[in-house]
Every structure is written in structure tokens, then in C-alpha cells.
Design a binder for this molecule. Structure first.
Ligand code: SF4
Length: 549
């Protein structure tokens, strides 16, 4: 069974977990999940190769291609696939976009009709074009660039096929290469003509150089491929012949790099890809898309409960059965601590902007619902809800752990697989809307210590041991400590109130790997307790944060 067949055999919940991985398998899982949940196509791309085949996740499609021979690296396979794509696109068909020389410069349009024989009258003119099987007559609808991008016009023109060049589809998302990128393309064409391209140089490289040199529009997909190609081949810059004055300059590697836009092209493509990444997800501003994706989460993964303020016993029992945990443990698995729950300031800005036409105070709406964005099902959700695709380790927040609510480990020791961090902060509302006072907390901790049970479990799952605690301390005074950023560097100081319980844990190998990958970022206290509704005391540390400086 190849990797694609294995991915296709997974459940939505398994795919949701796998799709978080930052590798080819994670990307394949993300594509499969998007197809099953009818979600927008992922932006990541990958190619996984095997003997005689390649699995391609690109342009919103997940497919298995038969290819000749075996590719030792995915770079080789990507280059080969680029060739396949090029030859597929190079054939001019009805519906293809083309360009041709006209009196006003290079004109562009979409092919409406191709005639292999006879003759055709160009609409609105007295011209007739004769068609031949080896040089057909082509009717083309003219496209023009306006302030909001490329648009079709009412004009239809006619040309012989031999005068046309296939170009990428025009759309409002077409990008015109800047002058520096056009110059790189022309430089590559000159070097190719001088014989510097080498035997392995492909028609794709030649076509890309011509496209850029002509200043032809480039689609979003090609921008992505340019960014990927130039990043992959940038490593060749240390080889002899890359720079002017070196033996063998320009090397074939340098010619290929320039054909894809060179350094100017990389800056250009990276900036467009970077801009795209910063764009708001559609569901944050489109109500129909948000509702559709939310409905998918309900149908596929039991997103709920409808009103988290109610007991919803049936719902939690159902989820507990699904996760094979107790209902109490199931209640602790909420969007608010799910690894797919995005509460970064960027997302908050997007949600606020999306609500601003419908709500007087969108910030209040976001705060009241403790809203975030679900990256699995791609909709706005509230922190108190959950679904069966819940993933431990969230939420996703800005990488600035300067607030108590976001404070995680304060010390990590790689050698001993040890972490020290706050276990629980008294008089502070936790992610589940619960809190406790210092005395109750200390009594609970003493009871736990007296039990002699030193085991630490993974995500409240009592079947999976993650390590053992080696020290625990209730701080009698407020304590100001350095907080660690995700890269282990000091990100700032946080002051914990008196009565905060700190815990030191030595982790097993598996859990330590999760900590290093950022999948485990702090402790979560577990246990049985009766809960009552109560007002927080007025002097309680509600926001709990005192950030010096
Ligand atoms: S954020 Fe919520 S809805 Fe989305 S996967 Fe996590 S638990 Fe499910």
C-alpha cells in the first residue's frame, strides 16, 4: 500500500491530527482532509516520489502520477513534474490563453474556437482566415488589463495558430513580472543562446525565461513554483561558476536560477507568497463560507455543544465514549486548548474586521465568545466548544508569552528532559472558565503529594504515561520569572501571584520530543472536583498579569 492509499484509509480525526505535521505526510493529510470536509484547498504543496510514480499535492489536487523511472530526490521529481505541467499547458486548445504581437505591443486573450479546415470570418470585420490542419485558424477573445486586474473584452480577433504563444491563464490574480525579473529572464535567454545552459537544461527553463523576459503575466500557482524552485536551487550559489569572474561562469545552475527569475524573482515571489500568508481566511469575512464550514464541522466531527453554558451531559458522554476517556476528562478538551484553534492577534484583527459591518463593538463580540479560528474546518469558533477532531497542544497564539494566561514553561533542561512551570494559578480564570482560591488549591496539591502517585499523563489520558514529577512547590510570595519563547530564548518577564503552584517534571523520550516540537507547551491539572458557580473575589488576580517593562 503506497502512502496515498494509507492516507486515503484514515479517518477525519486521524487526518486532522496528521495534517498538523510540517512534512510531506502532513501536507498529503491536509489535502485529503480538505477534500473530505469540502474545505478550501491548502496552500502548501509537496511531491512524494516512489519507483515509477509520484504523489503530487498541488494546486488544490491530490493525485498519483505515473512517471518514468525512479527519482532519488523530490527535487528531481519536482523538476520532472514541472516539465509534465509545461508540456500539458503548451498545447493550445479552446479555452487556452495566448499572446501574440500586435501593433500596440503584446496582446493577450482566450481561445474561443480552433478550425482545422475551411475558413472563418473574424466577427465585426471583413477579414477571413483560412484554416489548415498544420496551421489552424484561431478565434480569440481579447483580454485587457484594467485597474482591478485582467478582464475579458467584447472584441474577438482571429490569428493563425503559428503566430500564437501559450501563456498562463489570465485572472485578477495574475502578476506582472517587475523589470528586474524580466531582465533576469532575458539574461538567461542570452546565456542559453551562448551555450552556457548545459545538457540537462530543460524546455521548461527555457519557456520560463521567455515568459519572464516578455513580461507575460504569471499566475499565483507559478509564483508559488518560482518561490519553491528558487529556494531549492539557491544552495547552488556556493558552487564554482555561480559568480562573475569565477571559472565556468555562468554555470548551468546559475543559468537555470536566472531563467526562473534569479535573486530579483525570489524576492518578488517570496513577497507575494508572504502577502498571501498574511491575508485573512475567507470565513472570517464571509458569513456563507463560515456557516458552510461550521456545518461541515457539525456533521463530520460533532462540533458542539450548541450552548456551552448548559450541562450538555449527553453531548459530553458521547464525546467521552469517542475519545475513550471519562466525561470529566472529555469536558477539558475544548477548542480553547486545541492545537487547531488560532487566537493570534492577526486572526483577531481578521474576525473584528469581518464583524465590523454587523456589530457595534466587534471587539466585545470576540471577547464575549472568546472567538478564534479553527484551522482544521476553517471557520470561526468559540473557545468553550469542541469537536471529535480535537488536537492537544493549543491554542495557537502570538509567540509572546508575556501574559499569565499564556505563560508556559519557565525552565527547560535538554540534558535531563526536565521542565519547570506553573501547574495552576489561584484566583485566575482558567481556559475552562473555572478558578480556585489558594487554600483549596494547596489542600488539593498536598492530597496529591500524599497519594505518592508521581506519574504524569499525556493529555489526561491515564493509559499514556508521559513522565514523572520530581518537585512541586506552592510559592508563598509573588514570583517574577523569565518566560521562554518557542525557540527557548527569554521572551519577557511575568509575575505570578502568591499561592501559584510550580511543578518540575522529567519527561519520557516521546513526550520530550513533543515538547521540542511545541506540541506540549505547559501543564494541565487533572482530577475530580465539585464545581460551583461563584463570583470571583474582587481582589482576585483576574487578568493576573503584571509585566514589568
Ligand atoms: S478548534 Fe475546535 S472545532 Fe476546530 S478542530 Fe479544534 S476542537 Fe475541533
Amino acid at each position: 500500500m503506497d502512502l496515498l492509499a494509507q492516507i486515503e484509509a484514515l479517518t477525519v480525526s486521524q487526518l486532522a491530527t496528521l495534517s498538523k505535521r510540517d512534512d510531506a505526510t502532513g501536507i498529503l493529510a491536509e489535502y485529503r482532509l480538505a477534500a473530505l470536509t469540502n474545505s478550501p484547498a491548502p496552500s502548501r504543496e509537496t511531491v512524494v516520489t516512489g519507483e515509477g510514480y509520484a504523489i503530487v499535492a498541488a494546486n488544490g489536487e491530490l493525485k498519483r502520477l505515473e512517471v518514468d523511472g525512479y527519482y532519488a530526490t523530490s527535487d528531481d521529481a519536482e523538476d520532472r513534474l514541472e516539465e509534465i505541467r509545461y508540456f500539458e499547458n503548451a498545447v493550445i486548445r479552446e479555452g487556452s490563453f495566448v499572446s501574440w504581437n500586435s501593433s500596440g505591443g503584446r496582446a493577450r486573450g482566450k481561445v474561443e474556437r480552433i478550425l482545422l479546415e475551411g475558413s472563418v470570418k473574424v466577427p465585426g470585420t471583413s477579414f477571413t482566415i483560412n484554416a489548415e490542419p498544420d496551421n489552424p485558424a484561431v478565434l480569440i477573445r481579447l483580454w485587457r488589463k484594467t485597474a482591478d486586474g485582467w478582464n475579458e473584452t467584447d472584441t474577438v480577433v482571429g490569428h493563425k495558430m503559428s503566430t500564437l504563444t501559450s501563456i498562463e491563464p489570465l485572472s485578477k490574480e495574475s502578476f506582472e513580472p517587475p523589470l528586474g525579473v524580466q531582465e533576469s529572464g532575458q539574461q538567461a535567454l542570452d546565456w542559453i543562446a551562448e551555450g552556457h545552459a548545459g545538457d540537462g537544461f530543460t524546455d521548461v527553463g527555457r519557456a520560463r525565461a521567455s515568459q519572464l523576459a516578455r513580461g507575460d503575466n504569471v499566475s499565483r500557482e507559478t509564483i508559488g513554483r518560482m518561490a519553491s524552485f528558487l529556494a531549492r536551487h539557491e544552495g547552488n550559489s556556493s558552487a564554482e561558476g555561480w559568480n562573475y569572474g569565477e571559472d565556468g561562469f555562468p554555470s548551468p545552475g546559475r543559468v537555470a536560477y536566472e531563467a526562473w527569475g534569479g535573486a530579483e524573482g525570489k524576492t518578488w515571489a517570496d513577497s507575494i507568497m508572504g502577502r498571501e500568508k498574511a491575508a485573512c481566511p475567507i470565513a472570517t469575512y464571509s458569513v456563507p463560507v463560515n456557516l458552510k464550514n461550521r456545518q461541515t464541522a457539525i456533521e463530520v466531527a460533532d462540533y458542539g455543544p450548541l450552548n456551552p453554558g448548559l450541562p450538555n451531559d449527553e453531548y459530553w458522554e458521547h464525546l467521552a465514549t469517542y475519545f475513550d476517556v471519562t466525561p470529566v476528562e472529555a469536558r477539558s478538551t475544548v477548542c480553547g486548548n486545541c492545537a487547531a484553534f488560532d487566537q493570534t492577534s492577526h486572526i483577531e484583527d481578521c474576525i473584528v474586521e469581518g464583524l465590523s459591518g454587523d456589530s457595534e463593538d466587534p471587539y466585545d463580540v470576540v471577547e464575549q465568545g472568546d472567538l478564534g479560528y479553527c484551522r482544521v474546518f476553517k471557520f470561526k469558533c468559540a473557545s468553550a466548544r469542541t469537536c471529535s477532531a480535537w488536537i492537544a497542544g493549543g491554542p495557537i497564539v502570538d509567540d509572546e508569552p508575556l501574559e499569565l494566561a499564556k505563560a508556559k514553561f519557565v525552565r527547560k533542561s535538554e540534558d535531563r528532559q526536565f521542565t519547570l512551570g506553573p501547574l495552576y494559578v489561584p484566583d485566575f480564570m482558567d481556559a475552562h472558565g473555572e478558578w480556585t482560591d489558594p487554600d483549596t488549591l494547596q489542600a488539593a496539591v498536598w492530597g496529591w503529594v500524599n497519594s505518592g502517585d508521581r506519574r504524569i499523563f499525556l493529555q489526561h489520558d491515564r493509559d499514556v504515561e508521559a513522565g514523572s514529577w520530581v518537585e512541586v512547590m506552592t510559592m508563598p510570595q509573588p514570583w517574577t520569572v523569565d518566560m521562554l519563547g518557542s525557540d527557548g530564548s527569554v521572551a519577557g518577564e511575568v509575575t505570578y501571584p502568591a499561592g501559584t503552584v510550580f511543578l518540575g517534571v522529567i519527561w519520557n523520550d516521546e513526550s520530550w520530543a513533543k515538547i521540542k516540537r511545541g506540541e506540549l507547551r505547559g501543564y494541565s491539572i487533572g482530577g475530580m472536583a465539585g464545581s460551583v458557580y461563584a463570583e470571583m473575589p474582587e481582589d482576585a488576580v483576574r487578568e493576573g498579569v503584571e509585566v514589568p517593562g
